[in-house]
Design a protein around this ligand. Structure first.
Ligand code: ADP
Ligand code: ZN
Ligand code: ZN
Length: 687
């Protein structure tokens, strides 16, 4: 056998254990991407074959089992790259690419009569004749009789796979696609031209910058059709799926069964079957959120990242990958065209991608006027101007980025603040749930009746969240609906709002995403400062996006307006958004970032140390800081889930070497005995 040894990554989460490890290659079918079960120390672990070789210095053992469903080699390659790019381990990165687990292929038996059954002289009982007549349908109780006929060569019984197909919301009738307008045609031409250009021209990466309703999705659909015609696959990434079923529906309606969807709402069986349909080439289009970037599509020709500004593309757990960067890498691996689309693109994308603009809405309507309301001398969260507009509006969307009833509770007598016992943050009152809760760790306790410090029963509630606002606006004479993470069935709320004659929809950022409501005539940002004051270099970008996205949802029919409440009416992110001046905002923002050396003009890497042991996190962070001369810190962070935390931030001009240096520093410091109770997390491009 060529290459009798396999190099294997056992899938363990331990940071210290790094492969590859050598094993005996059981047979030629085991190749790069094969999944195995291997003995590893005293454990049995799932493992991925990452390479083949001829020699090893070690005494080798054989794998215990070869599992079905191998990974394609390009995903193994992607996993190794991802581990390196995000200072994680190959094992953790490869774990992201595995076929959905906890399910197997579902099969059903299929039986048909053979030609021999029709020959003269075949002796059959009446029951057997009847059975043959009803094939291929039969019931479980007939199986014995069928097996006996099979033994006589009169029946063939075989297994066939059964697809567990996901339920789509509304697979509408196939309407003929609309005729593209001139802007869309120009955009499509550019994308198709790039797809057909020789690969030597380098990666073809585009930003489709178009206002909401400018027909971006229609352009993706056409580009996808062209890609399929050329015999290549298509990957479409979308933000959180629960709120964007429309995208899936449109792809399924246009392309039918060649579309596979991969998202967390599917059952294990459905996910598994969709994965296998992609792996086998039966499906060639995948639509899904962040994790769908690992869909096993062969010969990718087009990769689309829709709403590319959306924060959900960044993974929270290790490896803290950014699906937008991974998508670009996959496109480059396959020589596919990359398209990022948004009404509010990230400055990074404007800087790095070739921009195609769709400046107008397809229905010809303009963007609604935006009024800035100064909150400085108002009491309460709703300015009288806003109140008046809410009374007049037919359908309004009101955005407030805080869940719950109030932001925090204090004792009027002694000033005690109710805090989470696990985290250094205030507990938030949720009246509906009869509880105060921590929004960081999920801790909850009953609503206090008296002060735990002094026993006073006078407790003050400060600030207001969506729940209180829902209550306060109930007197305006129209139904008030609420949408935030406390609401279980977001789909039902959205449908109720869609079908209402008059209504107010209150919610956190989710209300500004995805869904299209043609008849919204008022959009309100109640507290634009909550994103703007956030201590983060992306605060401007987020605020601009929030106001612009909301404006995109309001006044689609022609008449509508947006109100933005702020204590700083001069803030440039708000001013640019009010003037619908994306280009102006992006130019100024890029200039600011260039000046301050923020991304895309540098790479940020954040290392967070966390420990239950007092002082340990800060100590470890100081050790890391000492090894990285260019880094800032260590800075203490608030305690989270019972762990003290501290961070070190690196701002580097040279991305690759900075990641390597951080990785080396973390490995060194984490290997020291004194730090054995410290968790280290590395975040490249933190959000
Ligand atoms: P975006 O993705 O930019 O928000 P869509 O592609 O969803 O825009 O288009 C908005 C709506 O307009 C959709 O209902 C779509 O079917 C329709 N549409 C798109 N392009 C055209 C066109 N050229 N003519 C008429 N209707 C169109
Ligand atoms: Zn008190
Ligand atoms: Zn907590």
């Amino acid at each position: 056998m060529n290459h009798p040894i396999i190099q294997v990554e056992p899938l363990t989460t331990a940071r210290a254990l790094r492969g590859p490890f050598d094993y005996v290659r059981p047979d030629e079918r085991v190749d790069v991407g094969s999944l195995l079960e291997v003995p590893f120390g005293r454990q049995r672990l799932t493992a991925v074959v990452t390479g083949l070789t001829d020699e090893s210095e070690h005494k080798l053992v054989s794998p215990l089992k070869v599992l079905p469903d191998a990974l394609p080699a390009d995903l193994v390659d992607l996993g190794m790259w991802l581990a390196h790019e995000y200072a994680s381990t190959p094992a953790r990165a490869l774990s992201l690419m595995l076929p959905p687990r906890g399910a197997r292929e579902k099969t059903r038996l299929w039986a048909e009569a053979t030609a021999a059954a029709d020959e003269d002289g075949v002796r059959l009982t009446e029951r057997q004749c009847a059975l043959l007549d009803t094939l291929p349908r039969f019931t479980e109780s007939d199986l014995g009789a069928l097996r006996r006929l099979e033994a006589r060569g009169l029946v063939r019984i075989s297994k066939e796979g059964v697809r567990r197909a996901p339920q789509h919301h509304a697979v509408g009738a196939r309407k003929p696609p609309p005729k593209l307008n001139a802007d869309q045609l120009a955009a499509l031409d550019e994308l198709i031209g790039a797809a057909r250009a020789p690969q030597a021209d380098g990666p073809q990466r585009f930003l489709v910058h178009g206002v909401t309703g400018s027909g971006k999705t229609e352009v993706y659909l056409r580009a996808a059709a062209d890609t399929l015609q050329r015999g290549r696959g298509v990957l479409i990434l979308v933000p959180e799926i629960g709120l964007t079923p429309q995208m899936i529906d449109r792809f399924v309606t246009r392309f039918g069964d060649t579309v596979a969807v991969l998202h967390s709402k599917l059952s294990a069986g459905e996910r598994y079957d969709e994965w296998r349909r992609l792996r086998s080439g039966e499906a060639q289009v995948c639509v899904g959120p962040r994790s769908a970037v690992f869909a096993p599509i062969a010969h990718l020709g087009l990769v689309v990242v829709d709403e590319e500004h959306d924060g959900s593309y960044k993974n929270e757990g290790d490896p803290r990958y950014d699906a937008r960067l991974v998508a670009a890498r996959r496109a480059a691996q396959h020589g596919a065209v990359l398209v990022a689309g948004s009404a509010t693109p990230r400055p990074e994308s404007v800087h790095e991608l070739k921009t195609i603009t769709l400046p107008r809405r397809v229905d010809g309507s303009g963007m609604p006027p935006v009024e800035i309301v100064d909150l400085k001398d108002t009491n309460g969260p709703v300015h009288p101007r806003t109140h008046e507009a809410l009374v007049d509006a037919r359908k309004a969307i009101v955005l407030l980025n805080r869940r719950g009833w109030s932001n925090f509770l204090t004792c009027r007598s002694c000033g005690h603040v109710w805090e989470c016992p696990q985290c250094d943050v205030a507990l938030i009152l949720h009246r509906d749930q009869h509880a105060v809760a921590c929004h960081h760790c999920g801790h909850r306790e009953p609503i206090p009746e008296k002060c735990t410090k002094c026993g006073s029963v006078s407790i003050a509630r400060h600030g207001s969240g969506t729940e209180r606002l829902e209550h306060d606006l109930a007197g305006l004479g129209k139904p008030v609906l609420r949408l935030d993470a406390d609401i279980k069935d977001a789909g039902a709320v959205l449908r109720a709002f869609e079908h209402a004659e008059r209504a107010i929809l209150i919610g956190t950022q989710v209300v500004a995403k995805g869904h299209d409501f043609p008849d919204v005539d008022l959009g309100v940002v109640l507290d634009a400062d909550s994103t703007l004051r956030f201590p983060d270099f992306r605060a401007e970008e987020r605020t601009f996006a929030l106001v612009t996205q909301l404006a995109g949802r309001a006044g689609r029919g022609g008449d509508g307006k947006v109100i933005v409440q702020t204590i700083d009416p001069t803030a440039s992110a708000i001013r640019f958004a009010a003037e619908h001046d994306s280009d102006g905002f992006l130019a100024e923002e890029l200039e600011r970032r260039r000046f301050l050396r923020y991304p895309p003009f540098s790479t940020l890497i954040r290392v967070v140390c966390a420990s239950e042991q007092p002082g340990a996190a800060l100590f470890a962070a100081a050790e890391i800081q000492a090894r990285l001369p260019q880094s800032l810190g260590p800075a203490p962070l608030f305690r989270l889930r019972g762990k003290e935390r501290a961070q070190v931030v690196v701002k580097a001009a040279e991305r690759r070497s900075a990641i390597d240096q951080v990785d080396a520093a973390v490995r060194e410091v984490s290997a020291v005995k004194a730090n054995k109770n410290v968790n280290f997390s590395v975040d490249v491009d933190p959000q």
